[in-house]
Design a protein around this ligand. Structure first.
Ligand SMILES: [Zn+2]
Length: 436
């Protein structure tokens, strides 16, 4: 199809009309335009070739269902005229940058916190997508856009989203597809999405593909047969515990060689397991998105900001130091709430799903601060609307109203809500206590 001219009018399924303003981009499937609908700017995707009836019915169904979360640039209205087929979605704000730009260091996250927030937002968005009875099917580094300051994510190309085990023609990209999908053993589903999510999370955290080690580095050019072997028939994790044949190569895989050692042990343990030969070959053994969310939240619980301004990861309960300036940050006490352990260091936050029954890992409900008069005294401010009750080591109880704080003591109990109780101590997380 020829590129549409400015001013072309396209009829929409809601009865209104989109007026083409300019071309935003072109791909294999079609072109995306900036267009105006009822005086407001939107993105308009027009397919180069009319998709199947099944595809269009699925698109209509997704429009009816609506976006699972705000992170999806979800189809809003359909274009299905005799001449044009496509859909309208919101325009991506300019500050959101494609993930692939981060992978080649053309864009950088402002901090580890921003990166971890991005990882959590993607995982949360996919959890909600799966809970809505859908699967994404085509996860790859071209679908995600991040705000580098906050890590906030936008997910595009949602027209292939459909119920698990059905397929509308797109099977995914080699490097992101689950082995069983590459080998055509089954159609994409939630379990293959879990594999792709693990790949995306590894790439976000480590800036390297989990299967790209010596094997890929040793071939001058990847072709379909090699890709099928490396990502489908015989995938080997670069840090596989039983097979060291595919380790990262010095001078080639520089990022992952540096970053792998920085993270707390439970993060490495989670990747060891998810990319073990056994779990890669057995989709039913893969960790679900909700479990990933807990792992990432635990990582956020251990991300401390040093006085130098840079962040570092603590092994909860043990001594920690700043990776950037080398300063010893001591052994912060730990607030344990269920299976979550929060290193109590100034700047650390508590979130709604830790202090209440709300399923919300993003709203701050508490904050660790230094006492203004004595910076060696640290406390927690209640940023929620609930009243908390602290039980001091001597048995006295104190109510902590909203926006009030209390000093941190070892041995304290804090009742945040009916269902959430925390204890302050110096907990050591051992690998066998990984939150699963
Ligand atoms: Zn520092």
């Amino acid at each position: 199809m020829k590129t549409l001219k400015q001013g072309t009018t396209i009829p929409l399924s809601n009865g209104s009309t989109a007026v083409v303003k300019s071309l935003l981009g072109e791909g294999g499937q079609g072109a995306v335009y900036l267009a105006q609908v009822d005086g407001k700017d939107y993105a308009l995707k027009i397919y180069a070739k009319r998709p199947s009836k099944k595809f269009m019915l699925n698109l209509l169904d997704n429009i009816r269902k609506g976006a699972p979360t705000k992170h999806f640039l979800w189809p809003k209205w359909m274009v299905n005229s005799p001449v044009y087929s496509g859909y309208v979605m919101d325009v991506r704000p300019k500050e959101y940058i494609e993930f692939s730009r981060f992978l080649i260091a053309k864009a950088r996250f402002a901090s580890w916190s921003a990166l971890i927030n991005g990882a959590m937002e993607i995982t949360y968005a996919f959890r909600e997508l799966h809970r809505a009875g859908l699967s994404y099917q085509d996860l790859n580094d071209g679908n995600f856009f991040f705000n580098p300051k906050t890590g906030s994510v936008l997910i595009c190309d949602n027209d292939n989203v459909c119920p698990p085990d059905t397929n509308l023609g797109i099977r995914g990209k080699f490097r992101y597809m689950a082995p069983e999908v590459i080998l055509c053993k089954n159609n994409p589903n939630n379990l293959s999405d879990y594999f792709s999510l693990s790949v995306i999370l590894f790439m976000l955290l480590m800036n390297n593909h989990p299967l790209d080690g010596r094997r890929v580095a040793s071939v001058p050019c990847l072709n379909d047969a090699i890709e099928r072997h490396v990502y489908g028939e015989h995938p080997i994790f670069i840090y596989d515990l039983k097979d060291d044949s595919n380790r990262p190569v010095s001078g080639v895989h520089t990022n992952v060689r540096q970053r792998w050692q920085l993270f707390p042990q439970f993060v490495r343990d989670t990747f060891f397991k998810q990319f073990s030969a056994e779990v890669m070959a057995n989709p039913n053994k893969r960790m679900a998105d909700n479990e990933w969310l807990k792992v990432l939240q635990q990582l956020r619980n251990q991300t401390l900001r040093c006085d130098c301004g840079y962040e570092t990861f603590a092994e909860v309960g043990s001594g920690t130091f700043c990776y950037t300036c080398g300063k010893q940050l001591g052994k912060p006490l730990t607030l344990s709430i269920g299976k979550q352990h929060i290193a109590l260091y100034p700047g650390m936050c508590l979130y709604a799903n830790q202090t209440s029954a709300k399923d919300d890992a993003f709203t701050v409900t508490g904050e660790v601060v230094r006492n203004a008069k004595d910076p060696y005294v640290w406390g927690i401010i209640n940023r929620s609307q609930d009243t908390w009750t602290c039980t001091l080591p001597d048995g006295r109880t104190v109510n902590i109203e909203s926006n009030m704080g209390f000093p941190i003591y070892r041995g304290m109990d804090v009742q945040f809500s009916q269902t959430r109780n925390g204890k302050i101590d110096r907990v050591i997380i051992k690998p066998d206590r990984v939150i699963m």
